[in-house]
Ligand binder design. Structure first.
Ligand code: GDP
Ligand code: MN
Length: 385
């Protein structure tokens, strides 16, 4: 789950990282009031779950409260990476020197958290990572203790030759690793960390992504969810009790039960295909769940075919069939749908689908998977010519 900059700054503040306080507002008028109350030079920052706000015009400096109101008005009318801006953060502007990048991520391959640092922080960090990856220094750290101070000093020295400054950066790194672990983040980033002209280091920006499984267990983290930002597929899936994990392939899979879903994905791989997702519609199912599943899957433009593999137990095959028919009636789905239904009410389900002509049937799991791979291939070729 993503959270906003102002929320991430609050968390960093708790862990002793220096941040500027500010106020989150929803209207230009409130932004003006907040700026007046804070006094001095302000920065107005779009609060959306997207990076690159600066480049998109979502970060503006203002010298007076009137200017703050005007800038907020402009930012509140923006859409950044497809997300409309509904809130801005009004915070004192900093006179900044150098911009550093600090970021902790979960390195799934190494099964360890990892700290990354660069001297080339700021709005072009993606370009630095792509073109000059040697300018980013990385170190894994212990998932229980966090970054040790000797590790932090070693890392800090790769980006700052001045001993005293490096020591100060090392302190921030240790705290960042602790914040990362403390809120079960999959990403905790300060970009940029800036050296203030008056001395000392400040987290000018803050970004945290939380582990959804941790959010499910901790009400303090759940409370950070922004209802304005809930248009993403995962949110929708959760709302309907579906577990959904997007993958890279082109075969959308709808399966009931996690074990069967894994077996289905294995079989798709076995026959040379590539699943677009893991989607478990759960033990009990209703037509609405199936409609939602299809909406989520068809929103991914890479999907070329849809495979249903349903073993009816508590899940009723006729419910699944009704869901498919309803989804096709409500939304136009141009993709081939291959269905394998077995178990409770399979015959009734089959009849419903046959009458509607909505799907291609397969008798066994192997057949269904092979047919879905074939259909995806045909569909893909059809689109390219
Ligand atoms: P992002 O574009 O979404 O990463 O937003 P940031 O908060 O990182 O801001 C982008 C850039 O705006 C920073 O790299 C800074 O160069 C600049 N910026 C942001 N806040 C301030 C500020 O308080 N003072 C100054 N001088 N520049 C700022
Ligand atoms: Mn930034």
């Amino acid at each position: 789950m993503n959270i906003h900059e102002y929320q991430a700054k609050e968390i960093f503040g708790h862990y002793g990282i220096r941040v500027h306080a500010g106020k989150v507002v929803r209207t230009a008028g409130e932004a003006g009031d907040a700026a007046q109350a804070l006094g001095g030079r302000m920065v107005i920052k779009a609060q959306v779950h997207a990076g690159g706000r600066g480049k998109a015009g979502g970060i503006k400096l203002a010298d007076t409260w009137e200017e703050a109101r005007e800038k907020a008005d402009g930012i509140l009318g923006l859409t950044i990476k497809g997300i409309p801006v509904r809130k801005v953060f009004v915070t004192p502007a900093a006179e900044i020197g150098h911009e550093y990048y600090l970021g902790a991520i979960l390195d799934r391959e190494a099964r360890l958290p990892m700290m990354m640092v660069s001297r080339e922080g700021g709005i072009d960090i993606e370009e630095v990572a792509a073109k000059t990856p040697e300018k980013i220094h990385k170190l894994h750290f212990d998932p229980y203790h966090g970054l040790r101070s000797f590790q932090a000093r070693e890392l800090a020295h790769t980006i700052e030759p001045d001993g005293r400054k490096a020591l100060a950066i090392a302190g921030v790194l240790v705290k960042l690793s602790q914040a990362f672990l403390g809120v079960h983040a999959t990403l905790a980033e300060i970009n940029p960390l800036v050296e203030l002209q008056a001395g000392g280091f400040l987290a000018l920006d803050a970004k945290i992504n939380l582990d959804d499984s941790a959010v499910a267990m901790r009400s303090d983290l759940e409370a950070l969810r922004d209802p304005d930002m809930r248009d993403d597929k995962q949110d929708k899936a959760r709302e309907f009790g579906l577990s959904f994990i997007p993958l890279e392939g082109n075969i959308g899979c709808v399966v009931n039960g996690a074990g069967l879903a894994m077996a289905t994905m294995d079989l798709v791989k076995h026959f040379g295909g590539d699943p677009a997702n893991f989607l478990d519609i759960g033990g009990s199912s209703s037509p609405e769940k199936v409609v939602t599943a299809l909406e989520i899957i068809t929103a991914d433009p890479r999907v070329q075919a849809i495979l249903f593999n349903i073993f009816g137990g508590i899940t009723r095959c006729d419910h699944v069939a009704e869901g498919i028919v309803t989804a096709l009636r409500e939304t136009k789905i141009d993709l081939p749908i291959v269905v394998r239904l077995t178990g409770t009410n399979a015959e009734r389900g089959r009849k419903i689908l046959e009458e509607s002509g909505a799907a291609i049937f397969a008798a066994t799991m192997e057949e269904a998977v092979q047919e879905a791979i074939r259909q995806a291939g045909l569909n893909d070729k059809g689109k390219r010519t």
